[in-house]
Design a protein around this ligand. Sequence first.
Ligand SMILES: *Cc1c(COP(=O)(O)O)cnc(C)c1O
Length: 407
Amino acid sequence: MSARDSSEAGWGIRTTAVHAGIDRAARVDPIGPSIVPSVNFAAEWNQIGASAAGTDEQVSFVYAREGHPNATQLEQRLAALEGAEDAAAFASGMAAISGVLGMLLAPGDHLVISDVVYAGTAEYVKGPLARTGVSYTVADMADLADVTRSLRTSTRVIYAETPCNPIIKLADVRALASIAHDAGAELIVDSTFSTPIISKPLELGADYVVHSLTKYIGGHGDALGGAVLGAAEPIRRLRREIGTHLGATLSPFNAWLIMRGIETLPIRVKAHSESAQTLASYLASHPAVSRVIYPGLRSHPQFELAREQMAMFGGMLACSVRNTRTFGDGLASTLRLIRVAASLGATRSVILYCDTADLQRMTFQLDEEHLRRYRTWAGDGVFRVSVGLEDAEDLCDDFARALEVAA
Ligand SMILES: *Cc1c(COP(=O)(O)O)cnc(C)c1O
């Protein structure tokens, strides 16, 4: 069943999450997906040459690096959820991100990228991508004039994250898409923090959406994966370049795990959002907390945009406390549920301190003006919290214990 079929079936998002991507006409018909670990698939005598020549209308599988049943099921389910013509799944979010940037940008081209992005993305852009002769300018995606100022005649891509990692600043996808298209460029949106349950950037005009499937979409913190979604032709090309040629293919087992995770995505994102709203309000009222950044709070500078662009406000929040060091030093001994750890979007709550100076060293070393803007949001640093699926009251209690020490 193609992505188009499932949306034409008029299914709701929960039905799509559970049924899209399963081919009922397949010869074997278990009602749940099975893992197909085989690297080789029986082929027609003249099929292998045709696939190597790139004729690419291959509907059957030959060799797993080029495609396998578990990846195809996952890709079709993702495309159905996002309302995309097609999706390509890869070994990690970074494979998806480096893959799509590498495919769209050639030596001499220019990229306008958000001043705040996932650290791995910034490292890739200023290292390997820049070495290929691609130049870039960082811009504040929340300030459209700054984005427009950053454009050059050679700009081919605008790249944004919303909400962005780690300071939960939003980007207005519709406005950025129109700026990009007026400049003859394309817009890529990293929608990892939103998932298609919260927003669908392609419907707002973006050309590509990328996800780290490792986070909410897989949802259990047990499988790395990534995906790029967009129009059929470039996604097919991307699957060849990043899967077939670079070899960053998603494994059948991880594809299967992520496929299973997706079935609860709509209800998980709802639960993450509700608990994050409760925790954000609790923290905002706590005297030891100096700032809370959460799109569902009226105090978020882009609350209006959040209401317009997001169906829910998500499970990610950032906060600062009055006494960072005492609070930080006490976390490991005071918290009983929330763990101090990287990554996000899984069932278990985690907290991570993002020090402004450290992050600048790792990422874009912002100029004075952009650093000033960053500090307006995040000061010397923020604690980034991925709110899990525990009871919100228990999470508030856990924070209460940790904040008592810091008061
Ligand atoms: C984690 C993350 C990535 C990278 O994904 P991996 O699956 O770890 O490679 C990219 N973007 C965002 C916003 C992320 O949080």
